[in-house]
Design a protein around this ligand. Structure first.
Ligand code: C5P
Length: 315
């Protein structure tokens, strides 16, 4: 087929623990990543010229080669030059619903959709692990975004072990449109402040195993116990982002004080904050209450839910 449309869901971090420094400058992580039904749509069309073009109406999304969706297509063109010259260029249209620069893997999930879509368009027949390997070259969250669901992610975030899927846990999500937190800044600051207190030698497997504290939340996920999951959420990056970004801290505190909220956490390196809420009806009430407390148009609010999948082919 000469065109495909794909649904690219966002993710939240139910858990993010920084285990240690890595020699490559990244951080060794233990994360639990969760897909949610807030999603972008990616339309791919075969073009007549040998060019990759990105179209997006969102003012904060670049359409040049800094866009991760563009880089995903360029990577496929480089890996499969024969297919690229046979099938010609690609027009990529990004229909954005996921807040940008939010800690929700918006760019990563767009890149994942481009990999999956081009694999289909060029009849490459790549396996999921081959797609994940290509994804890891683009960013730490891209491999997860391909299959999605509920997953333990280790290493840089690219080593994945699936957990039983968690459906219909309701979430209220908040992000200030104009507020951005650099992921690189958050990790660098964490290393500066806390680097001496954790492992510098991540090759030490025994020490690494004893450093990971995610066992209780994993058990809660297996038991599908939303109350326990909400109680055991954790994000080390909050320790550097909350003191520096008062709006994120304010959202965290506001969510925590709402009736029906089981737990609240910043996602990834922020600045989006989410709350797990006991029902869909309660989630709508919490969203309304947050809107009344912060009538600022700059604040985006969503009611969403956990889903058990990543990239989906729409048509
Ligand atoms: O992999 P990705 O490009 O999404 O990461 C963005 C930035 O976040 C990296 O440049 C790095 O500074 C930081 N990072 C890290 N350790 C990880 C993942 C990301 O330090 N495991």
């Amino acid at each position: 087929m000469r065109s495909y449309s794909l649904i690219a869901p966002a993710k939240i971090n139910l858990y993010l623990e920084i285990i240690g420094n890595r020699p490559d400058g990244y951080h060794e992580l233990a994360m639990i990543l969760q897909s949610i039904d807030l999603a972008d749509q990616i339309d791919l069309h075969a073009a007549s010229t040998e060019a990759i073009r990105v179209y997006c109406h969102h003012p904060q999304v670049p359409t040049d080669n800094s866009n991760l969706a563009y880089r995903a297509a360029a990577l496929m063109a480089k890996q499969f030059p024969d297919a690229f010259s046979n099938f010609g260029g690609i027009d990529i249209t990004v229909r954005k619903n996921i807040p940008v620069a939010a800690g929700l893997a918006g760019g990563s999930t767009n890149a994942a959709a481009v990999l999956v879509g081009i694999d289909l368009m060029w009849n490459l027949g790549l396996t999921q692990s081959e797609l994940e390997e290509l994804g890891a070259q683009l960013g730490s969250d891209v491999p997860f975004c391909i299959a999605g669901g509920t997953v333990i992610a280790t290493g840089r975030g690219e080593k994945l072990s699936p957990l039983p899927s968690l459906d219909h846990i309701y979430i209220v999500l908040a992000k200030y449109r104009s507020l951005e937190v650099s992921t690189a800044w958050a990790y660098k600051t964490y290393r500066q402040v806390f680097g001496s207190t954790y492992m510098t030698n991540t090759e030490d497997l025994a020490a690494r195993a004893s450093a990971v504290h995610s066992a209780e939340i994993v058990k809660a996920i297996v038991n599908k116990d939303a109350v326990k999951i909400a109680n055991k959420m954790h994000n080390d990056l909050e320790k550097v982002v909350l003191p520096s970004y008062s709006q994120v801290l304010q959202l965290r505190e506001l969510f925590a004080s709402q009736e029906g909220v089981l737990g609240t956490m910043m996602s990834g390196s922020g600045p989006s904050v989410f709350a797990i809420v006991e029902s869909k009806a309660q989630a709508e009430i919490v969203k309304q209450k947050i809107r009344e407390a912060i009538p600022d148009e700059d604040l985006e609010l969503f009611v969403t839910q956990t889903i058990g999948n990543g990239i989906q082919i729409l048509n």
